[in-house]
Design a protein. Structure first.
Length: 486
């Protein structure tokens, strides 16, 4: 019970749950913005009405998701002051810089062009209006990069110095912060994972309608577009993930060791990757596993003969480095352990890979069986519909791996998580706010899912037309009606 009411544990739970909830909306916003921009571009270039209808359908889904992402994202900023004031005071000079750039540059850029896109259908020339949705996507990826740069500082702190007199870290180079190698490799990995999620959402919507024989032309196009997006993005995610793994091994070797539950340093064939493993409850001893020789060496060092440092050796190294002589207030955990929860890190790494690969495999099969016909058994469409959560879940467990694998650090090598929590906030206050956030977010989830489900099941909207006299007929598209749907 005392552990449950520990302020540090409660603060971590609250930040983890609210962050993961917020991240449900982030990848769909980033990915869907690009796919909607592509659909509108095809409409502008070809004049085919079905692409306009699809733009309107998935544009509404994008806007609903964007609005929910903004609401849930605001809480993230507040939490640094509520539960992590020591962290904010100590590294706020560095961590706050990319977050400020995200809010003042990327978010306002994105929000401005969203407004122009929503209300500009009947007021802007067609190509200028198309440009606004591309700028929306550009703003979303800029926003993602600034946030990833802030996170990368926590994984691999660069561009700062410790001011001993003031007792805080201070920014020395914003360029080093923004060009952190962790950020440079995390960015493409995150963006491509977002495209996977958006692609399978399209597949799911298309499958729901094709199962019922509705909007067959539009939905067959959507199905194949979404499936190809998912497959191509998965290939890119795998390649960028390997690059990220190399950087992670260089900057946080303990995280890679924990990802493989590798307690002893191994090289070459012995540095194998276990597809599946059973061990003792503490993860320290293996009972049974299915392994691929050399693969862990390749993932960690890009070489079949590389060496992967083990947990035991790293623990001894970190103990000497961070718990030796001198001021160890911020760098030595109370229990002296630098090992993250191994079973969480181990399985999160595998679920991330497995869920993403399964989604891509379903898309490959889907493209093959729908190449000539979409008259398929209902169970096939049910499988496609339920593919939608897979890339989202892969992203969520990927972030669990990223953040929990860094523990016990809140800023690697600079400050431990227990030192970053707010000292004056009692456990009961964190517990109450955690309960409130959980209830509110649960309600928001019901609203979000209900709205998106309603829009998706309505399908592509009809396009109103008007003849030369302004009466409805077979003439030009009524752009006034287009503007009102948003």
């Amino acid at each position: 019970m005392n552990e449950f009411l520990d302020p540090v544990s409660l603060a971590r739970w609250q930040f983890g749950l609210t962050t993961l909830y917020h991240f449900i909306f982030v990848p769909l916003t980033i990915g869907m913005a690009l796919l909607v921009a592509i659909l509108q571009t095809v409409w502008v270039r070809t004049g085919k009405e079905k692409y306009l209808r699809l733009t309107r359908l998935f544009g509404k889904i994008f806007l609903i998701n964007f609005a929910m992402g903004v609401v849930t994202g605001i809480v993230q900023e507040f939490q640094f002051g509520m539960n992590w004031s020591n962290y904010s005071r100590f590294v706020g000079d560095i961590f706050g810089a990319p977050l400020a750039m995200e809010g003042l540059i990327a978010f306002f850029f994105e929000a401005t062009f969203i407004g122009l896109w929503i209300f500009g259908w009947d007021k802007l020339p067609k190509k200028i209006h198309l440009m606004t949705i591309w700028f929306v996507w550009l703003g979303s990826v800029l926003s993602a990069y600034f946030i990833l740069a802030a996170n990368a500082f926590m994984q691999n702190p660069e561009g700062f110095k410790i001011n001993e007199e003031r007792g805080r870290a201070e920014l020395t180079s914003i360029v080093d912060v923004l060009l952190n190698p962790v950020a440079l490799t995390q960015f493409p990995h995150t963006i491509l994972a977002a495209l996977m999620f958006a692609g399978v959402v399209m597949v799911s919507v298309a499958a729901w309608h094709l199962k019922r024989g509705q909007f067959v032309d539009e939905m067959r196009t959507t199905l194949r577009f979404g499936a190809w997006t998912n497959i191509i993005a998965f290939a890119g995610t795998a390649l960028s993930g390997h690059s990220l793994g190399l950087v992670m091994t260089e900057t946080q070797p303990m995280k890679m060791a924990a990802a493989e539950a590798m307690y002893n340093t191994s090289s070459g064939r012995d540095a194998s990757f276990s597809l599946f493993s059973l061990g003792t409850p503490d993860g320290a001893h293996e009972i049974f596993s299915v392994r691929i020789p050399y693969l862990a060496s390749f993932l960690a060092t890009n070489s079949l003969d590389g060496t992967v440092e083990g947990i035991n050796d790293l623990q001894a190294e970190y103990t000497e480095m961070y718990c030796g002589a001198g001021d160890t207030l911020l760098t030595c955990p109370t229990d002296g352990s630098f090992v993250p929860i191994v079973w969480v890190t181990y399985w999160a790494f595998r679920w991330m890979i497995g869920l993403g690969a399964l989604a891509a495999l379903i898309s490959v099969v889907g493209l093959w069986i729908t190449r000539k016909t979409v008259e398929l058994p209902k169970w096939v469409w049910n499988v496609a519909i339920w593919t939608a959560p897979l890339p989202m879940l892969a992203s969520l467990v990927g972030w669990i791996f990223t953040e929990m694998g860094r523990q016990p650090w809140i800023v690697f090598g600079v400050m431990t998580t227990e030192q970053g929590v707010s000292p004056g906030v009692p456990a009961w206050a964190v517990l109450i706010s955690l309960a409130v956030f959980t209830i509110v977010y649960g309600g928001l989830a019901v609203v979000e899912f209900g709205l998106i489900k309603k829009i998706a099941q309505e399908g592509p909207p009809e396009i109103a037309r008007k003849d030369d006299d302004g009466d409805d007929g077979s003439g030009s598209i009524d752009h006034d009606q287009l503007a009102t749907v948003y």
